[in-house]
Design a protein around this ligand. Structure first.
Ligand code: ZN
Length: 333
C-alpha cells in the first residue's frame, strides 16, 4: 500500500513536470507570436498616419534588425522596432542635450526626432516615435513603390540596402504576414539518401589555398535541392569554383549559397520569391572549370551561409543550422 502510494506520487510529479514544461514552451511561442502581431499593428498604424505602405516599413525594419544582429557596435533593439537613429541624428548634432525629447527643441537644433504617439514627447526610446519619424521621412518622397525606393536610397545611400529592403517588402506583401523568418527546411528532402559532416574551414582541393566556407551534403545526382527559408533569389548562374549555383537572401538578411548543381528548377529566376521547402535545383558535380564542367568530384550540394553588417559580408558555419532544421523536420514527420 505504502509502495503504491509512493509510486503514485512519483507518477503525478512526472505528469506535473511534463505539463508545466509544455505550458512554458507554449508561453514562449505565444510571446514571440504576440511580438509579431504587435509589430504588424505598429506598421499598419503608421501606414494609416503616413500613407507609406506597411510592408515597406516592415522591410526596412527587418533589414535593420539583420544589421543590428550582425554588428557589435550596435545594441539589440530595446523595443519591437529595430530602425536605428543615433542620439545626434535624433536630437540634432549641435543640441547640447542629446537625450532631449522635446520636439520643438529637437527641431530647432535640426534633429529628426518626431512625436509619433501624440504624448508631446519625441522619444528615441519609443517605438511609435521612432517608426513615425522614419515613415514620415519616406512619405516626403511619395507613397507608391517607386517613390518609396527613392526615399530609401536618400535615407541609406546604399543600393544594396534598397535592394534588400525591396526584397523583404515584396515577401511581406505577398504573404500578408511577418512571422516568416523562423520557418526553415532542410535543403535535401529527408527521404533521400544523403550524408554530411562538419567540413567548415577544411582546405579545398582546387583553386589555391582557400578555406572551405560551407557544408557539403553528399547525395545522388538529381536529388532535389530546396530553399531553406523564405527569401529572394539574388543570383543564378555559373562560377568556375561553384559551377551552377543559386544565391538566396532571407528575411534575417542571411545569404544562402547553393553550389555544384546539375541543373536549376524550371522557371527559377533572379528576383523570384521562394518559400522553405521549395525546390530550386538538383544535386550535381558542376564546377572547377569552364561552364558545363562536371564530374571532377563526387556529386554533392555545397551549402554556404553569409551575413551582412551593412558594409561587408562574411561566411559563417552552416552546420549547426542544418542540424537543427533537420531535427525539427524529423520531429514533425
Ligand atoms: Zn563545399
Amino acid at each position: 500500500m505504502q509502495i503504491r502510494k509512493k509510486s503514485m506520487i512519483a507518477v503525478m510529479t512526472i505528469i506535473t513536470l511534463f505539463i508545466s514544461n509544455v505550458s512554458v514552451q507554449a508561453e514562449e511561442d505565444l510571446s514571440q507570436q504576440e511580438k509579431y502581431q504587435e509589430r504588424l499593428q505598429l506598421y499598419k498604424k503608421m501606414e494609416a498616419v503616413t500613407h507609406v505602405p506597411w510592408y515597406w516599413l516592415a522591410g526596412a525594419d527587418a533589414y535593420e534588425r539583420g544589421i543590428r544582429n550582425a554588428r557589435k557596435d550596435r545594441d539589440a533593439a530595446e523595443g519591437l522596432i529595430s530602425i536605428y537613429f543615433s542620439p545626434k541624428e535624433w536630437a540634432g548634432p549641435l543640441n547640447p542635450n542629446l537625450t532631449s525629447d522635446n520636439p520643438s527643441v529637437i527641431s530647432i537644433f535640426g534633429g529628426v526626432g518626431l512625436d509619433g504617439n501624440g504624448d508631446g514627447k519625441a522619444s528615441i526610446h519609443n517605438d511609435e516615435d521612432v517608426l513615425f519619424t522614419f515613415a514620415n521621412y519616406l512619405g516626403r518622397f511619395g507613397h507608391d513603390d517607386e517613390n518609396v525606393k527613392i526615399g530609401l536610397w536618400e535615407y541609406y545611400h546604399r543600393d544594396q540596402a534598397v535592394n534588400i529592403i525591396n526584397g523583404h517588402a515584396r515577401i511581406f506583401k505577398k504573404y500578408g504576414r511577418i512571422d516568416l523568418e523562423s520557418e526553415h527546411a532542410f535543403p535535401v528532402p529527408l527521404q533521400y539518401n544523403y550524408s554530411y559532416n562538419n567540413t567548415w574551414g577544411d582546405r579545398r582541393g582546387w583553386g589555391g589555398r582557400r578555406i572551405h566556407e560551407g557544408t557539403d551534403i553528399f547525395a545522388d545526382y538529381r536529388t532535389p535541392v530546396r530553399a531553406t527559408s523564405y527569401g529572394i533569389v539574388e543570383l543564378k548562374g555559373w562560377n568556375k569554383y561553384g559551377g551552377w549555383r543559386v544565391g538566396i537572401r532571407d528575411l534575417s538578411n542571411t545569404y544562402h549559397y547553393y553550389a555544384h548543381l546539375s541543373s536549376f528548377e524550371e522557371d527559377l529566376d533572379v528576383g523570384n520569391i521562394v518559400a522553405p521547402g521549395e525546390v530550386i535545383g538538383y544535386v550535381g558535380s558542376s564546377g572547377y572549370g569552364k561552364p558545363g564542367t562536371e564530374g571532377k568530384f563526387p556529386p554533392h550540394l555545397h551549402y554556404g551561409l553569409y551575413r551582412d553588417n551593412g558594409y561587408s559580408e562574411w561566411s559563417y558555419d552552416p552546420y549547426p543550422s542544418l542540424k537543427s532544421w533537420e531535427r525539427k523536420e524529423k520531429a514533425k514527420s
